[in-house]
Write a protein that binds this ligand. Structure first.
Ligand SMILES: [Fe+2]
Ligand SMILES: [Fe+2]
Length: 310
C-alpha cells in the first residue's frame, strides 16, 4: 500500500491511541527523583576514577549507552516526522512523545552526575560526538517505521529496566523504572498502531516486519566504542539475543501480531513470512547457545578464583 494512503487510513487510530496514551500518562518530575544531597561541586581539574562508584563496568556501559541514545532524540524526531508527517494526530503524537523522551535524558544525566557514577568528561565528549554525527536508523516507509519503533521502544524498556535492577541503589532503580514505564507506553502505542496497519495492509506490513527483524540493531550504533559496550551489556544479561527472542520477537511479532496466522498475503509477503519465521527460530537458537556459553565462561571464571590450596 502506498505510504500516503496508509498514513491517512491510520490517522483516526493514531488519534484514538493518542487519547488513550494521554489518559494513562502520569505527570512526573525528574527533580523529585534525583538525590541532590549526594552531590557536590566538581573542583577544578577533577578527574573521575572508577573508585567513585560501586557500579560494575557492565552497568556503567549500559547507563552510558542508554543515556546517549536518549540524547540522540533530535534525529529520532526527524525520522518520525519525515515518515509520518507533522499534520493531524500524527504530528501531535510525535511532539508529545518528544517531550516525554526529553525527560529521560534529563533524569538519567542528573542522577549519573550527582552520584558520580560515570566519567562526566567522557560522557559529555561522547554526547558531542554522537549528536554531531546524528546517526539513527532511517526507515523510509511508514510500514517499516511502525515496525522499527515498536521493537525499539520495547527493547529500550527492557534495557532500562534490567539496568535499573543491577544499579544496586533504590534511587537509581526508581529512575530507570520510571523511564522504562514511559517506554512501555510508547511501545504499546506503536504496537497497537502496527496491529491496525496489519489489518489495512497485511502484505506490506509482513514484508516490513521481515526486513526490520532482519536489520534490527539495538539503538546506540554510532556511539563511541558501541561494540564493546554492547558486549558488556549482553554479558550482564541486560540485553542479548535470548531476551530479544523471548521478550520481543515471540510476544510481539508471533503472538500479538499473529504473523503465522495471517491470511490473504500476496506472494512476496508469503516468502517474507517464511524467511521471518526461519530467522526468528535461528535467533532463538543463537540466543540459547550464547547464553549457555556465557554461563559456562562465568562458571569457569568463578572456578579460577577459588584459591589454590597451600
Ligand atoms: Fe526514552
Ligand atoms: Fe520511548
Amino acid at each position: 500500500m502506498d505510504a500516503a494512503a496508509l498514513v491517512s487510513e491510520l490517522e483516526p487510530t493514531v488519534a484514538r491511541l493518542l487519547d488513550r496514551h494521554l489518559a494513562q500518562a502520569k505527570e512526573w518530575f525528574p527533580h523529585q527523583l534525583v538525590p541532590y544531597t549526594r552531590g557536590r561541586d566538581f573542583e577544578e581539574g577533577y578527574e573521575w576514577s572508577p573508585e567513585e562508584t560501586a557500579l560494575t563496568d557492565e552497568v556503567r556501559s549500559s547507563l552510558f549507552v542508554n543515556l546517549l541514545t536518549e540524547d540522540n532524540l533530535p534525529y529520532y524526531f526527524r525520522t518520525i516526522e519525515a515518515v509520518f508527517g507533522r499534520q493531524s494526530a500524527w504530528g501531535e503524537w510525535n511532539r508529545r512523545w518528544t517531550a516525554e523522551e526529553g525527560r529521560h535524558s534529563i533524569v538519567i544525566r542528573d542522577y549519573l552526575t550527582v552520584t558520580r557514577a560515570v566519567d562526566p568528561v567522557a560522557l559529555e565528549r561522547a554526547r558531542m560526538a554522537q549528536v554531531s554525527c546524528g546517526q539513527v536508523p532511517e526507515p523510509t516507509m511508514p510500514q517499516d517505521g511502525l515496525v522499527y519503533v515498536t521493537l525499539q521502544e520495547l527493547a529500550t524498556r527492557i534495557a532500562h529496566h534490567n539496568t535499573g535492577k543491577l544499579v544496586d541503589d533504590p534511587v537509581g532503580y526508581e529512575v530507570m523504572k520510571r523511564v522504562a514505564s514511559d517506554e512501555n507506553r510508547h511501545h504499546l502505542f506503536y504496537r497497537d498502531l502496527a496491529s491496525a496497519a496489519l489489518e489495512v495492509d497485511p502484505s506490506g506490513m509482513v514484508v516490513a516486519i521481515e526486513r526490520q527483524v532482519r536489520e534490527f540493531e539495538m539503538p546506540g550504533t554510532g556511539i563511541v566504542d558501541f561494540e564493546t559496550h554492547a558486549r558488556a551489556i549482553a554479558k550482564a544479561g541486560i540485553y542479548d539475543f535470548q531476551i530479544h527472542h523471548g521478550q520481543i520477537l515471540l510476544p510481539v511479532v508471533l503472538r500479538h501480531w499473529g504473523v503465522e496466522e495471517l491470511t490473504g498475503l500476496n506472494e512476496g509477503a508469503e516468502r517474507a513470512r517464511d524467511a521471518l519465521l526461519k530467522r526468528i527460530d535461528r535467533i532463538g537458537k543463537a540466543g540459547r547457545r550464547l547464553t549457555r556459553r556465557r554461563e559456562e565462561d562465568a562458571a569457569g571464571d568463578a572456578g579460577a578464583r577459588v584459591p589454590e590450596p597451600v
